[in-house]
Design a protein around this ligand. Sequence first.
Ligand SMILES: [Zn+2]
Ligand SMILES: [Zn+2]
Length: 117
Amino acid sequence: MTSDHAIDPDVPPTGPGCADCDAVGGWWFHLRRCAQCGHIGCCDSSPGQHATAHFKATGHPVVRSYEPGEDWFWDYAANELYDSGPDLAPPVSHPADQPSPGPAGRVPSNWAETLRR
Ligand SMILES: [Zn+2]
Ligand SMILES: [Zn+2]
């Protein structure tokens, strides 16, 4: 990984959904967790791309998947994927009954056509 200080295993996640989408009533496809400050942001296929935006705004380089059953890490600075990494403070994913895309009630019916590529 880029550097040890990029990961703080003791910081809990900010919540079950993308913090920035929640602020503006948006929706997301998949979620990523900042390994340094716990910020939950949405993936690059999501309209908001808030996980990448968080890296650009803060310089926090490492995210972990926040999807149930996934434990990979992505290092923006090194442009590298890691199959696993340190155990982070729970919860390690959004609630299993929270849909992807989510959250319930905010996803447009044509969401699949609006995913970014
Ligand atoms: Zn978002
Ligand atoms: Zn962060």
